[in-house]
Structures are given as C-alpha cells and as structure tokens.
Design a binder for this molecule. Structure first.
Ligand SMILES: [Zn+2]
Length: 250
C-alpha cells in the first residue's frame, strides 16, 4: 500500500488522509489479521503468507513522523518511507500547490528516529522530477545521487526506488537495476499487468482520501486475482514477492 500525507489539515487534493481515517484503515487491516512488514522483509520473505503487507509512504512528509508513527506503533507496524533527498527538512516546493498549504518534509533527525523505530528508508529520487523525459545519463544521476546520499548519511542499505508519479517503464526499470537497486516501486495497475511482470517491478496499491474501508478491501482482493493471472502466465517466482500489498496468491 502506498500513502502520501497523513495530516489533519484539509487539502484540495486526494493524497492527504486525516489521521483518524488512517487509524481506522490500519485497525481494519489489523482486525482482518494482516501482518505489517517493511518492504525489504516482505520481498525477502520466502514463506507464503497471505496476510502479509507493507505500508509505504512516498515523498517523506513530516506528518508521517507526527501523525502516522504513533498510530502504526500501536499496531506494531513498522513502515517504509521513500525520501526525496534534495527536500529533506524543506517544504514541498516541487509540488503543485493545491490551495494554500505547503507541507514540510521529514528532517534528518526525524528520519533517524523512524529508523530507530524499525522503519525502512528508500529513495524517491533527488528532486521528484518525472524521469520519463530525461536522458539515460540524467536518470542514472537521479538514481545514484539519492541512493548514495541516503546510504552515507543514514547508514542504511537503500534497496528500492519509488518512481516519482508512479510511471514505471522498461528503460527506468533497467537503469534502476543497473545502478544497484533491488527493485523499483510503482503504482498498481500498470501496463505490465497485461504482460509477464519484469523482474524488479514492485506494484503498490495507492490509498486516497476518497477510499473507504470497503474500497481498500476490494483493491486487495482485485490485486490478488490479477496476480494470480500474472503467475499463471509466466510462472516467475518473483511475482509472489512483487507486490507490497499481498504476499501470496490464495
Ligand atoms: Zn512522490
């Protein structure tokens, strides 16, 4: 699952979820018996667990530390955050300003604190630009600079790259693997669902303000069915680890 902002302030966009709504969703999943893992642990888990999932956050907003962390701690749910390295401790001036609000990104101390809580950090690029229009050299720079910075500053292995705007394509996938990433995370659904899923592609279910508990449950079960189809088509073992949402195909 992928979230963006968990913040009580109202916003015109759909990526901001009120902490109370977020807690309801986490409680709902916990009540259904889901086990929360970090992305690396989910991808690495060899045993098939139909109830394993990973909560991830793109962009690395400060409200995650303030609002999401206390809730996730209650449910013993370490999460994974994808950080934009040029914006650590700064406002989200890279984003279109919907309404009047600017949102701050996590600062270094807060990122350290999330790591201390058992969270995993990964890269969301250096500047949150769309990689699609860039040259190969420019893409490699985005991939490598952010990875190196995070590894050196936070002394954590950076295994995954969440592509800004979720647009995974083959060229970017190949370059991410070439620059040492284990996987590249995009949003579900992508065109790859119609074909065998390439190695390294991780699909996530985005949760928006408009989602209800029922729609989340529906997304999970649809995802299960689609993954079954993918498995049938190509029988690539990777697929069993290819989604953060469901780690098994019942
Ligand atoms: Zn983003």
């Amino acid at each position: 699952m992928v979230y963006h902002k968990i913040d009580p302030r109202p916003e015109l966009g759909i990526t901001c979820i009120h902490p109370k709504q977020f807690e309801k969703q986490i409680r709902f999943l916990a009540d259904q018996g889901y086990q929360f893992l970090t992305l690396e642990k989910l991808v690495a888990s060899k045993s098939v667990n139909p109830k394993a999932l990973a909560i991830t956050f793109d962009d690395g907003y400060r409200d995650i530390h303030k609002c999401a962390l206390p809730i996730l701690k209650k449910y013993n749910a370490p999460a994974t955050v994808f950080i934009i390295t040029d914006y650590i401790g700064k406002e989200n001036t890279w984003d279109v300003n919907l309404g009047w609000l600017r949102y701050e990104h996590l600062n270094e101390r807060e990122i350290d604190s999330l790591i201390d809580e058992g969270w995993e950090i990964n890269s969301h690029g250096t500047s949150h630009c769309s990689l699609r229009g860039l040259t190969e050299e420019e893409i490699i720079r985005e991939l490598l600079r952010s990875k190196t910075m995070l590894q050196e500053r936070f002394r954590q292995p950076i295994r995954f790259f969440a592509i800004p705007f979720g647009n995974v394509n083959e060229r970017i996938r190949r370059l991410a693997i070439k620059t040492g990433y284990q996987g590249i995370a995009g949003f579900y659904p992508v065109k790859y669902f119609k074909n065998p899923l390439p190695p390294g592609v991780i699909l996530r279910l985005a949760v928006y303000r408009t989602d209800s508990l029922m729609s989340i449950q529906q997304k999970i079960s649809d995802n299960c069915m689609l993954l079954k189809e993918v498995l049938k088509q190509n029988a690539i073992n990777f697929c069993s680890n290819a989604t953060i949402m469901v780690n098994s195909l019942r």
